[in-house]
Design a protein around this ligand. Structure first.
Ligand SMILES: [Fe+2]
Ligand SMILES: [Fe+2]
Length: 188
């Protein structure tokens, strides 16, 4: 859903709850429903925070590939995904969103080049397959960017969901496969 429409919907809902709670307190203060409404109103910020939190990614130790330099880059990628999500959640405007998206895409390319360099230098047997996966991701990202160019309002959340899911699956799957091979060759 368009983020501005979502924010507008939440504002209307809060306004309706405030009005209903005030009317209920005035007309029937002894009714338990009145206090249920008041409690719902008080809990709104917590509920909203919980709902929007599901879009953010938290680094977990299980994501570690055991190589410090790569773990640091993966953490930075997760941070950039969260920055982009925050730019969208708080409606910072098209310019900030675009900057955050570009930063994430640029750093993804930088990170892929770094990993590919390490795999190639160390003669990793699955290098070609891993690089092909990176290339597929880059071409999907280009499609996502083209879609975003055409329809910034609706394409942005799709773009973030795609980037987040792909990166986490890749970090937690394909990237882990090179861990022991590179660690055995002294990569840190
Ligand atoms: Fe990676
Ligand atoms: Fe990778």
């Amino acid at each position: 859903m368009n983020n501005k429409i979502r924010m507008f919907g939440v504002a209307i809902l809060i306004l309706a709850l405030i009005t209903a709670a005030i009317l209920a307190v005035i007309s029937s203060p002894a009714n338990p429903l009145t206090w249920l409404l008041v409690a719902l109103l008080v809990l709104m910020p917590v509920i909203y925070r919980k709902l929007s939190k599901k879009h953010y990614v938290e680094w977990k130790q299980e994501y570690s590939v055991g190589i410090d330099s790569i773990d640091r880059q993966h953490k930075k990628l997760i941070g950039l995904i969260n920055n982009l999500q925050a730019a969208v959640n708080y409606s910072t405007g098209a310019e900030f969103e675009r900057e955050a998206l570009d930063e994430l895409v640029d750093y993804t390319r930088t990170h892929f080049s770094y990993e590919e360099g390490l795999m190639e230098q160390n003669g990793y047997p699955e290098f070609a397959a891993h690089r092909a996966e990176h290339e597929l991701m880059i071409s999907r990202v280009e499609q996502v960017l083209a879609e975003y160019q055409k329809n910034p309002d609706t394409a942005m959340q799709n773009a973030i969901d795609f980037l987040r899911d792909w990166l986490i699956n890749h970090i937690n799957g394909t990237d882990k496969q090179y861990s022991s091979y590179l660690i055995d060759r002294g990569v840190t």
